[in-house]
Design a protein around this ligand. Structure first.
Ligand code: ATP
Length: 375
């Protein structure tokens, strides 16, 4: 039996619902694959701040540091803010990113044939955005200046070490997850025609790209043109690497073109620690209404298992991750397993139950219903 020590951090709004659904899938799959999840729940976020004046405690942070991995729902509620107007909930997320050095934001998207959205009916495609997580414009969070109520500044920071490690991460990711057809490709997304910092990022990219050629092809794009490319020619993208704020923005656009945030998983990954969470936020307008799509979080759980499988004792988790991903595909073929954002009528847990019923397990014959019954 493989033991996985997880911190579950539901957070705010629909975070609680999608985490509950995902833990149900993980535990059910664990019964099939002989994996025991030891789960430490952490109550943190905006709701806790509103209640008690603190977003998280030091003990919570230490639990996260000690875990094999962290599964997060969503942190933040728009009305729960600090005096400077910034949201309180994400404080823990920033602390985890910076103190655990989770420098790579990995945001894979994939277009399902049935999914709604502006590209409905178009050919299937899949690509991954790699977002630099620890520097860029967001490194100024809390450090900008407002002068005499007349001028406000924030500073964009790119370091050679920070740029190099995220660029290498993107090239290594492209090699490890090759496209369905053709050679791996990494696109550098920046605004090097306007700002020196981005020109510097691109120069680091150019230097490193030479070392990966010809195994990985490389391209450069200005962020504005890249947005149009994502909508008009998404199949031409494999892996794109970008500075923190650009990466944040283009990954939401990527989620939009595959039919919604409810389908887009993500991982914030460092060399030793990682947090996995859906790309969406707490969506307070639909919280508590059994409407949240759990698929992005379930797929984030699968990403987590794949990341854990890089350690030899946990290698077997890669097959379990594949089983969960394929079960999601099979479950979503049934319109009644789809949530409202996908045009279906399923509630959050009903969708998760359909995924569990579609699990095949190590023998490939499935026993999902029995796995669920044992929960
Ligand atoms: P944040 O700034 O924290 O990323 P946000 O306010 O930009 O959050 P979300 O909370 O991600 O936005 O939600 C935006 C809208 O997308 C929601 O109101 C909801 O309609 C839809 N949405 C997001 N996630 C889901 C989901 N899992 N299932 C269904 N709809 C979702």
């Amino acid at each position: 039996m493989t033991e996985v020590k997880l911190v579950s951090l539901p957070g705010d709004g629909i975070g609680r619902e999608v985490i509950e659904a995902t833990l149900f899938v993980l535990r059910s799959a664990g019964r099939l694959w002989d994996v025991d999840f030891v789960i430490e729940p952490v109550d943190a976020g905006a709701a806790r701040f509103a209640r008690s004046g603190v977003v998280y405690s030091e003990q919570d942070f230490e639990l996260c540091r000690a875990a094999d991995a962290i599964l997060l729902g969503a942190l933040g509620l728009p009305d729960v803010v600090h005096r400077d107007g910034t949201e309180a909930g994400p404080d823990l997320q920033f602390r985890l990113r910076f103190d655990l050095d989770l420098y790579a934001g990995v945001r894979p998207v994939r277009r399902y044939a049935f999914a709604p959205g502006p590209l409905a009916g178009r050919d299937a495609f899949a690509f991954t955005i790699i977002r630099e997580n620890t520097e860029g414009l967001y490194a100024s969070r809390g450090g900008g200046a407002v002068i005499a109520d007349k001028v406000a500044t924030d500073t964009l920071i790119i370091t050679a070490a920070g740029a190099d490690r995220i660029i290498r991460f993107a090239f290594d990711h492209a090699l490890a997850s090759p496209p369905v057809a053709g050679a791996p490709l990494v696109t550098c997304v920046d605004k090097s025609n306007v700002l020196r910092s981005y020109a510097f990022f691109r120069s680091r990219f150019d230097a490193l790209a030479r070392g990966y050629a010809p195994r990985v092809r490389s391209e450069r794009a200005y962020v504005d043109a890249f947005c149009a490319q994502m909508v008009l020619r998404p199949a031409s993208i494999h892996v794109a690497v970008a500075e923190n704020m650009f990466g944040d923005i283009i990954s939401d656009l990527a989620a939009g073109i595959v039919g919604g945030l409810g389908l887009a998983p993500s991982g914030d990954i460092g060399d030793r620690h990682a947090v996995f969470q859906p790309s969406h936020g707490s969506a307070p307008t639909i919280a508590g209404r059994d409407e949240a799509n759990p698929v992005a979080t379930i797929l984030s759980g699968a990403m987590m298992l794949e990341w854990l499988a890089r350690n030899p004792p946990m290698q077997g988790l890669a097959a379990m991750a594949r089983d969960i991903r394929e079960a999601v595909d099979r479950a979503l073929e049934n319109p009644h397993a789809r949530t409202r954002d996908l045009g279906g009528d399923a509630g959050t847990l009903t969708c998760a139950q359909a995924v569990v019923a579609a699990l095949r397990g190590p023998q490939g014959c499935g026993n999902g219903s029995a796995a669920a019954a044992g929960s």
